[in-house]
Design a binder for this molecule. Structure first.
Ligand SMILES: CC(C)(COP(=O)(O)OP(=O)(O)OC[C@H]1O[C@@H](n2cnc3c(N)ncnc32)[C@H](O)[C@@H]1OP(=O)(O)O)[C@@H](O)C(=O)NCCC(=O)NCCS
Length: 116
C-alpha cells in the first residue's frame, strides 16, 4: 500500500511455528470524523482462512492497541468492510460514518476505538 515504507508505518504479523498466519498494518493517517485527536489507521487486517475464529485477529488488534498506547496515540480507526463490521464491534470499535463505497471492494464504514 502507499506509505508502506514510511518510518511511521508499522506492519504486525501473527506467527505459528514461524509461519505468518495473520497481518495488519498501522498508518499515521487521519479521518475527518476524528479531527484533533492523535490517531492511527488500521489497514490490511487479514487472517489465513485456515486459522480464522481462533482469536488471532483479536490478538493482532490488541497488540497493536497496546503498541499505539505506548506512543500516546488516542484513537485507532479503520475503513471496515461491511462483512467485517461485527468483527470490529467485538473488539469494541464503533461505527462513526454512514455507509460509503470503495470501488471494486464494496460497502464500508469508518469505525474507531479510543485507546485512553
Ligand atoms: C475479519 C478477520 C480478520 C477476523 O479474524 P479472526 O482471527 O477470524 O477473528 P477472531 O477469531 O479474533 O474473532 C474475534 C471475535 O470476532 C468474531 N468474528 C470473527 N470474524 C467475524 C466476522 N466476519 N463477523 C462477525 N464476527 C466475527 C469471532 O467470533 C470472535 O467473537 P467471540 O469472541 O464472541 O467468539 C478474518 O475473518 C479475515 O481475515 N477476513 C478476511 C479479510 C477481511 O475481511 N479483513 C477485514 C477488512 S476491513
Amino acid at each position: 500500500m502507499k506509505g508502506d515504507h514510511l518510518k511511521s508505518t508499522k506492519h504486525i504479523g501473527a506467527f505459528i511455528d514461524s509461519k505468518c498466519v495473520g497481518v495488519l498494518s498501522l498508518f499515521l493517517a487521519s479521518t475527518d470524523q476524528l479531527s484533533n485527536l492523535s490517531q492511527y489507521q488500521l489497514r490490511g487486517m487479514a487472517v489465513d482462512p485456515e486459522h480464522r475464529k481462533k482469536n488471532i485477529g483479536r490478538k493482532l488488534a490488541s497488540f497493536s492497541e497496546n503498541e499505539l498506547r505506548s506512543r500516546n496515540v488516542e484513537v485507532i480507526w479503520c475503513n471496515a468492510r461491511e462483512i467485517a463490521v461485527n468483527f470490529y464491534k467485538k473488539l469494541d470499535f464503533e461505527v462513526i460514518s454512514d455507509e460509503f463505497h470503495i470501488p471494486d471492494v464494496g460497502p464500508h464504514y469508518v469505525m474507531y476505538k479510543r485507546l485512553s
